[in-house]
Design a protein around this ligand. Structure first.
Ligand code: ZN
Length: 140
């Protein structure tokens, strides 16, 4: 799919917000259907997901305590007619060890995020079974 760049936002997410819910709410509030999301900061008690083909579902990785949000990368597209953020995160502990995966939730201590809106026909996610919700377009 081809898009044109739309609005660009760079902002600090308020402390205590769940990062995934915040991005969903921000996109909905600004009428953003499709976007690229990036960010850095730190999160409390984040929960990551690892998609297991074996169980056809996400295995939850629950981390306790404060973690550096070394890297947040993802996108926004439409699911059931509403903006849906798909975010992946690399998280670092006090020893510099890294954990990574699909970000299910994480309470913001600090989060500086970048949202690049993309204009064009919105990307739409559809339920594909196996607990996967994927885009229609597999190639351009
Ligand atoms: Zn994912």
């Amino acid at each position: 799919m081809e898009f044109k760049p739309g609005r660009v936002f760079l902002l600090r997410v308020p402390e205590g917000e769940d990062l995934v819910s915040f991005v969903n709410g921000f996109a909905e509030g600004r009428g953003i259907n499709t976007a690229i999301v990036k960010g850095i900061g730190s999160l409390r008690n984040p929960v990551l997901g690892y998609y297991s083909e074996e169980i056809r579902n996400y295995k939850r990785i629950e981390l306790m305590g404060m973690f550096e949000l070394v890297s947040l990368l993802g996108n926004v597209s439409l699911r059931d007619g509403r903006p849906f953020a798909h975010l992946h995160a690399t998280l670092g502990n006090a020893n510099g060890d890294a954990f990574g995966g699909h970000l299910i939730r994480g309470e913001v201590f600090v989060a500086e995020i970048y949202i690049q809106e993309l204009l064009g026909k919105p990307l739409v996610r559809k339920d594909r079974g196996k607990n996967l919700s994927l885009w229609d377009e597999e190639h351009v």
